[in-house]
Design a binder for this molecule. Sequence first.
Ligand code: SAJ
Length: 426
Amino acid sequence: MTTVCVVGLGYIGLPTAAMLASRGFDVVGYDVNEAAVASINSGRAHFHEPDLQMLLSAAISTERLKAQSTPAEADYFIIAVPTPFKDGKKPDMSHVEQACDAIAPYLKSGSTVILESTSPVGSTELLAARLSEARPDLSFPRFKEAGEAEVAVAHCPERILPGNMLRELVSNDRIVGGMTDACSRRAVSLYESFVTGHIYTTDCRTAEFVKLTENAFRDVNIAFANELSVICDRINVDVWRAIELANRHPRVSILQPGTGVGGHCIAVDPWFIVDSAPEEARLIRTAREVNDRKPEYIFHRILDLADRFKNPVVSCFGITYKADVGDLRESPSMKIVMKLLQHGGVKVLVCDPLVKELPAVFRGAPDIRLVDADTARQEADIVAFLVAHKQFRRLEFNRFLHKVVVDATGLMSRPTDLDGGLLRAN
Ligand code: SAJ
C-alpha cells in the first residue's frame, strides 16, 4: 500500500488528501491546527468548497484518510502550507521551514518530498538542503546532479481555483520540477494517479518561477482592467461596455474590473518576483499597486455620494474576496466596509448570501448589520455592488433604478444583446 503524508490541511492540502484517499492511497493528513484535525476526523470539512464534503466523508468513512497533529512515515510527503509575505513584502517561509523540520524524522529511504506551496525561486533547493542537514543518515539530491538519491525532492505548484478546486485538481495540467530528473520521475508517479491533464516536467527553479508567473500574469491583466475602469469614470465611458466591445477583437481578451484583488495568492505571489528582482520587476510591482489602490478608490466614490444624504445608509452587496466563494481572506470588499465604518457618519448594511454571520471584526460595531437583499435595497440610500455572486446576477435591477448605485462589478451593466444593441445602432 502506497502511503502519503499531506502536510497542511487547508485549502490545498485537504482537497488533495481527500482526492488521494479516493484513489486508494493510505493518507495521513498532518496539521498543527487541532480544531481542523478534529473536524476532519469527524468527517466535516472546516471550510466550504463544492464537492469537498462528499469526497471527505467517503475518505474518512473508508479509513483511507486520517488527520493528526504529528506527521507519519510515508512514501510521499506533500507540503501544502501557507507562504504569505512579511514586512517589506518579503516572502515568509517560516511555515515551510516548520513543515520541513516536522517531517524530517519521518523520512525513509525511498521517500519523495513534494513542495506544493507557491514559493520563491530557490526554495526547493533550500528545502532539500535543510532536510539533508536534519537527516545525515540519508542521501538527498543536489540541483540537476545525475543519479538517484535515497530521498527525492520536487516542486509541484498547486494550480486549483477556489470554487472549482476538485474538478481542476483532476483536469488541470501540472508542472513537476524536480531537483533532478530522477526526482521529477518519482513525483510524476504520484500525480499520474489522479491527474487527467498533461504533466510537464522541468527543474524545480523553473517550476517555482512558472507558478509565480501565472499569478503575476493574472494580476497584471486585472490591473489593466482596473486601471481602465478608473480612466472610464474620469472620461465618462461605460467600462463594461467598452471591454465587452474591445474583446470582440480576435486578439484582445481583457479581464473584468472589480473592487481589487483579494485572496491569498494573486495579491501575494507577484511580490515574490519583485523581491527577487526589484529593479527589473517594474510592471509587476505597478500592477500590484494599481490593484491594491482599487478598494480605496471605491471607498472614496461611495463617500462622495454619501455627502448628498443627511444620515446615509450604504448597502454593500457582497463582502467575500470574489464571486461565488464564501472565503473572506484578504477581501477588498471587506476593506471597503471597514473603511466606511472607520470613517463614520454612515450606516452600513451588508448583504452576502455566502456569509451566514457578520465577520468577527465587525461584530459589536453599532453601525453595521447583516441583512437580506430586499432589506438592503429598501433601506439603502446608496447601493454598492462589490461582488458579482450569482444570486446578485439574478436581481431585478429595475427595482434599483431610483437608488444611487456604485457598481464596482458591472452587475447592472453587463451587456446582454451586444450584436442587436449597440452595434446595430451604430
Ligand atoms: N478578479 C478580478 N477580475 C477578474 C478576475 C479576478 O477583479 O477578471 C479578482 C477576484 O475578484 C479576486 C482576485 O482577482 O479578488 C483573484 O481571483 P482569481 O479567481 O483570479 O484567482 P484566485 O486567487 O482565486 O486563484 C488563483 C488562480 N490563479 C490563476 O488563475 C493564474 C488559481 O489557479 C491558483 O491556484 C490560485 O490563485 C493559487 O492558489 O495560487
